[in-house]
Structures are given as structure tokens and as C-alpha cells.
Write a protein that binds this ligand. Structure first.
Ligand code: ZN
Length: 95
């Protein structure tokens, strides 16, 4: 199950790794170009393993690009991600 998060959640979850976000965005594999490209116009999600998934588009060809950020491997990041998921699920169920 994936849950949509906000841009500011990425910073909170990535902690110190957030400073590398630009590099991560610029090293996204495009299956259309068959090489590394830059992901743009993405929406961030959290998966079951507390990894961030960015779903967006290739800057060069406009094709769909997904970029995984393995935040779930970091205990601190995973704890923050888990908390955000719980809060979002509670607030969204109220609507
Ligand atoms: Zn491309």
C-alpha cells in the first residue's frame, strides 16, 4: 500500500540525507531514454517498507519515471515515515 505525502514530508523523512535530494532527482533512470535522467513534476509517496517513491516524468522525453529513495533502511527515517503514515491515515479517514 502506498500513501501520498507532501513535499515537506520528504525533508522530514530524509533527515540529513535531504541535502542529497538534488543529486537523487538528477540520477533517475528513464526506461524510455534508457539512461539516467532528471525526474520532474513528481508526486511523493511512502510505501509499506517506508521508502519514498517519487512518481514523475523524465525531463528530457516526458516519459513516466519512478525514483525510489530507500529511506526505510534508516531506522530514524523509518520511524518518522511510520509516524507520518499514521497521522495521514487518521486525518484522511476523518474526511
Ligand atoms: Zn526519458
Amino acid at each position: 500500500m502506498e500513501i501520498e505525502i507532501e513535499d515537506y514530508d520528504i525533508e522530514i523523512i530524509m533527515l540529513a540525507q535531504y541535502k542529497h535530494l538534488d543529486i537523487i532527482l538528477e540520477s533517475s533512470y528513464c526506461t524510455e531514454c534508457k539512461k539516467m535522467s532528471t525526474i520532474t513534476n513528481y508526486k511523493p509517496y511512502l510505501n509499506k517498507l517506508n521508502d519514498i517513491i517519487l512518481r514523475g516524468f523524465c525531463l528530457k522525453c516526458g516519459g513516466p519515471v519512478n525514483r525510489y529513495i530507500e529511506t526505510g533502511e534508516n531506522i530514524q527515517s523509518a520511524a518518522v515515515a511510520e509516524h507520518i503514515k499514521n497521522v495521514l491515515q487518521i486525518s484522511r479517514n476523518k474526511k
